[in-house]
Design a protein around this ligand. Sequence first.
Ligand code: M6R
Length: 365
Amino acid sequence: SLEGFDHYMLKEIYEQPEALRNAMRGRLDDENATAVFGGLNLTPQQLRTVERIILTGCGTSWHSALVGEYLIEDLARIPVNVEYASELRYRNPPIENNTLVFGITQSGETADTLAALRETKRKGHRALAVCNVVGSSIAQAADGGVYLHAGPEIGVASTKAFTSQCCVLAMLALYFGRLRHLSFESGKSIIEDLRQLPNAVQQALTCNEQVRDVAKKYQNASTVLYLGRQYNFPTALEGALKLKEISYIHAEGYPAAEMKHGPIALVDDETPSVFIIPRGTTYDKVMSNMEEVKARGGPVIALASEDDPQVQAVADDVIAVPQVAEFLQPIVNVVPLQLLSYHIALLRGCDVDKPRNLAKSVTVE
Ligand code: M6R
């Protein structure tokens, strides 16, 4: 039931702190400074020999796979490839021995993801699932995996599944890292960062009213650009997808530095850009990208760390997001983007929970 919320999407956005707690429950092992999973069905010895990981999925789950690529390469130093499931199933790429494949899926019923997993299994590779729905087709087809425990997601626009998937991928990265080079101390600090995450997301939700005002201002845009770098590049893609699917406004996500290679030609005074610019490694670079857009008359909405006068001096609207470790930023930063698409869609009179032309699970290819 809606439990007082106007829409399932909004309810599910607000359920994220709890969904994250559920995703982590019983999986953080302080004694060994690692994560534990009950259902991988592979021994540490087998997992120790993994030399490459392929992450595959569709839509939002493909975006969390992109976050997973940064996470696993960063924390575990294992090379990762991300594939659209619909491409992977027919592309027939050479896959080396000791490659582990993960299908990422909320529903566990996405036809392309299921087919991609079956195809890689047929070739003799281990195929695991990161999945929300217990007992779903993909959960059954996989050799093992990790459940999100996010609870049912009813809104067609995926919200809490995305953040839970990123959280599970962070725990997997920690686990793989601790089987390899990652020290006890580093493992401990990653666990601490993970523990703070639900509260940070709770705090991010307090921007709702402010985001609604921003939504009013930009509700009539016909194109919106979403820009971020590194961990926040997939977040930009996800923000753009949310806006497209429920408000029917054309939106594009790009790594911020790609702007000058073409998309900046779209910028005019009616085309807003959403910059994801928290403090972190590429802050200065994203700042210059933001200034370039501003100089061409484009309205700028910035998602920034609290108290950032430098961003405030450039952007037209600033939404403050709590500061968390860089590898967890997508989980916090996506929250205002989910809310922005929700409010814009509402203002435009769209059916938020059941957008046109879309189904909750895509069981045809
Ligand atoms: O159930 P899945 O995670 O496999 O679904 C994949 C996509 O169909 C899904 O994420 C879709 O892109 C959502 N509507 C996005 O909000």
